[in-house]
Write a protein that binds this ligand. Structure first.
Ligand code: ATP
Length: 374
């Protein structure tokens, strides 16, 4: 077995420059990830980005073309899937239909020939944790989808693996149950104190549960960060667009100072953005502005120029009422639409509401825009 590098010892899983090729197609492209012990870590990306392939390499069902995978600091290159200190949870539950809940959960412990008293204690503890006390004698066919998922979860934790891999496990549940289970999974992960690696294409699911998220696109890691960081400080255009909603404008840097960068955006002219030491005049860059950071006003008169605010005129192309907020889609020229999100506080005190085809002015604080170089 290869000696663990110093960095690896504190991590549950380390992927070190891992690549996977299927023929000439690269499914995973030089990925390095360090997943900490007891962390809720999500691998998030659109369909086909390589999530399942990454998961299958960690579990041992697939071998990397190059690179290393360490589990608890040990290189597991030669360790078969059934010997790795991890368990899996799938959307399909994979319960034995002829066994009752107790025996489904106890199955692995029986195979490993644990004492009867140990099995009873561990299964009872696991069913307690997933809130299925009293369901021991039921068959899977007598359970709801959510209950089956809890049994599968109890089975995944009962042998106390150091890592549990979850591959879109909530996909089969309806929206409401899904939201409940997301909170349940987060609670369970904290209580059991185990590393969860959650694979999903659903950004809300990842944001709700994760300590950190790796955003993947076309086999490559775009960014690894906490949900808040991903939202507030996306590293590139892909992350800004994939996490939440973003207005993205592309332009060329015309001038820079330590504090501000001027960007020439074809539709809008010169826009100012926060300083960025990576930018030099002539560079093509992208400005990301979140819809909730833009204000919309029906005053179209020029105000005195402000050093910290950007103003852009436009015409309201669409208004969508969504209950707690309203979205305005504003044409700012050449068919470019910017989205504005306005929280609906109260009808009281609201000035004349903004309507379709109104001429408006959009304003945002320069510090609320983000300049992206890739
Ligand atoms: P989804 O969310 O749709 O399951 P994914 O992000 O999990 O997608 P993967 O299943 O890992 O993506 O696939 C990544 C790429 O590798 C895809 O282009 C896929 O077609 C390809 N791929 C995966 N498995 C194989 C295989 N056994 N042989 C050839 N190509 C494969």
């Amino acid at each position: 077995m290869t000696a663990a590098p110093a960095q690896a010892a504190k991590d549950a899983v380390d992927l070190i420059d891992v690549t996977k090729q299927f023929g000439s197609a690269t499914a995973v492209d030089h990925v390095s990830l360090h997943i900490r012990r007891n962390e809720f870590f999500s691998i998030l990306g659109p369909s086909g980005c390589g999530k399942t392939t990454l998961m299958r390499m960690i579990t041992g069902f697939e071998r990397p073309t190059s690179g290393q995978i360490h589990l608890n600091g040990r290189d597991v290159k030669n360790e078969p899937a059934n010997k790795r200190d991890l368990n899996m949870l799938f959307q399909s539950y994979a319960l034995f239909p002829h066994l009752n809940v107790f025996d489904n959960v106890a199955f692995e412990l029986k195979v490993r020939k644990h004492e009867r008293s140990t099995i009873r204690a561990r299964v009872t503890e696991a069913l307690n944790l997933v809130r299925l006390v009293g369901y021991d004698d039921r068959k899977p066919s007598e359970l709801s989808g959510g209950q089956k998922q809890r049994v599968a979860l109890a089975r995944a934790i009962v042998s106390r693996p150091s890592v549990i891999m979850l591959d879109e496990p909530l996909g089969a549940l309806d929206q409401r149950l899904r939201q409940d289970m997301q909170l349940e999974l987060k609670r369970l992960q904290r209580e059991v104190g185990v590393t969860f690696i959650y694979v999903t294409h659903d950004q809300n699911e990842a944001l709700t549960m994760s300590d950190r998220i790796a955003v993947i696109s076309e086999g490559r890691v775009m960014q690894v960060a906490s949900p808040t960081q991903l939202y507030l400080e996306p590293a590139n255009r892909f992350v800004a667009d994939f996490i939440g909603t973003s207005n993205l404008l592309t332009g060329r840097v015309s001038s820079t100072t330590a504090h501000q960068v001027c960007v020439d955006v074809e539709e809008l002219g010169q826009l100012r953005a926060p300083g960025n030491p990576q930018c030099t005049p002539g560079d093509v860059v992208h400005l990301s502005i979140r819809p909730e950071n833009i204000t919309i006003n029906s005053d179209t008169e020029e105000r005195a120029p402000s050093t910290d605010t950007v103003s852009v005129p436009g015409k309201v192309a669409e208004v969508v009422f969504l209950g707690d907020d309203t979205r305005f889609f504003v044409d700012v020229g050449h068919g470019t639409l910017l989205t504005v999100k306005q929280v609906n506080m109260s009808r009281l005190g609201q000035a004349q509401p903004i309507a379709l085809n109104d001429q408006v002015t959009l304003r945002w604080s320069i510090s609320d825009s983000r300049l992206l170089t890739e």
